[in-house]
Write a protein that binds this ligand. Sequence first.
Ligand SMILES: Cc1cc2nc3c(=O)[nH]c(=O)nc-3n(C[C@H](O)[C@H](O)[C@H](O)COP(=O)(O)O)c2cc1C
Length: 262
Amino acid sequence: MKSNNSILKTIGVSLVLCLVCSSVISFAAVSLKEKQEANVLRDKQQTILAAAGLLKEQESVDQIFASISEKIINLDTGDYDFTIDLSSYSQKDYSKNELTSKTLVPKEDIAVIKRRENFAKVYLYYKDEVLEAIILPVRGLGLWGTLYGYIALESDLQTIIGLEFYKHKETPGLGAEVDNPKWKALWKGKKVYDTNGEVILSVIKGQVKRNSPSSLYQVDGLSGATITSKGVTNLLHFWLGEMGYGPYLKKLKESNLGNSNV
Ligand SMILES: Cc1cc2nc3c(=O)[nH]c(=O)nc-3n(C[C@H](O)[C@H](O)[C@H](O)COP(=O)(O)O)c2cc1C
């Protein structure tokens, strides 16, 4: 009887095994791609609804999301853009492409995102044709990587409904406390701008003094996670300021809010 103990046979069996396993994995990755993309989209939609306080147990995400109106805006001018196809718009692709984004110099790049897309997708929630909430995508560096999320504002474009992140790399128990419902609840009702229209909302170190006049513009810091807390402040200052949605929010405020065109 021939021995199975040869090096060639061992290598042969290993190679066949590798081939079979990699084929199975490749097949699974390809066939599940669509499902994975659908799950990512659903997760984002759920985050958008959660930020605006619109999630309900009785209704599915799809059902509730149907009441959200999506728009593309030009971040530099603050106008709506009707030339870009809503369904094919990708924030990631737009921010990578030199033709559709700009490089930020360190002084303006307070959220540390390096490039800012020229166009963004925003989400409007109308109830009985009256604007109730506007939900804006935000992102910026924490300690370990970029935090991605949404901030929802009331129709006064000044009062926060909620802030939710759907992707980040912060440490569980420290920076990842951005996902703690108790911390997230602190954002409701906070104000963004001072009387000159400057963003002053910030996550402070320690606890907010409830009776202080600035408490309306402050949120408790995450303990042991000052870098993440600072990152959240910075990303909000960037996105709600002149380099972000500032021009759009200004135009929206000056226009009739119930009108779907700025
Ligand atoms: C393993 C490890 C993970 C950490 N994760 C975070 C984090 O996610 N976010 C953060 O701001 N700080 C994190 N820190 C702490 C920072 O290094 C830094 O000490 C902290 O932000 C200072 O915050 P404090 O002034 O509130 O203590 C981590 C530290 C260690 C050792």
